[in-house]
Design a protein. Structure first.
Lengths: 113, 113
DNA sequence: CAGTATCCAATTTGATACTG
DNA sequence: CAGTATCAAATTGGATACTG
């Protein structure tokens, strides 16, 4: 075990950055390649435009992604992951691994019952 | 970068387990040693008894901690972290490290402005 | 296409009083 | 001591209509 941390402030900050319902999916999609607004909306099935905008703006404010407006008509905006966003994606991946182990644990438990 | 993950299902499961407002502090406290209900209440300053009970019950259902009722009078109950809980604490620690980097990033940014 | 603006529902957390 | 029970506040996400 790591025996540092000493409080959860760091985690709270990370959770603040990634905690939204769709942010991990968005970060994942963007770590593969840049995407436009409508593409992200299609990839995140069920998200509303309002919430998509919100979460993109928050991620941008947190430095996870950057927004490039080409100023064309019709409008064209591309979202790209930043190095900081990439590093968070890695940390998230570590948590995901735990999540999968956890699902295995739940399955075993159900089997035992 | 890791280039696996492929969706956020694993992360969603992890977040489900640790996402409560106080759970990371509780897990951290319990990873140091076992604690009684009132001790956890004191360590988590500001938590209500209702919410403390809720989060402990959820963490128990998720296999992160175990609850030992000594059946004494006055009541005495001890909460202890499980191996699964320890492994989650490690994953959380990785996220916390990112959170601290992130705070450094925010500070630099503020300084630049 | 890439958003805003409103209004509403659901979930989560909190304050407080009470109990075996 | 270790909880339950109730009610209220706050936060978050969603549906829908509209705009440059």
């Amino acid at each position: 075990m790591t025996d540092e941390n000493s409080d959860d402030c760091g985690f709270a900050a990370a959770l603040q950055a990634i905690g939204g319902k769709w942010k991990t999916s968005l970060l994942w999609a963007l770590h593969l390649r840049s995407h436009r607004f409508a593409e992200l909306r299609r990839l995140s099935r069920g998200i509303s435009e309002k919430v998509l905008t919100q979460q993109l703006r928050q991620m941008e404010a947190d430095g996870l992604i950057s927004r490039h407006d080409y100023g064309e008509v019709p409008p064209r905006v591309e979202y790209t992951v930043t190095p900081l966003g990439l590093s968070l994606n890695d940390a998230v991946t570590a948590m995901s691994k735990w999540g999968k182990q956890h699902e295995a644990w739940k399955a075993r438990r159900q089997y035992a019952a």
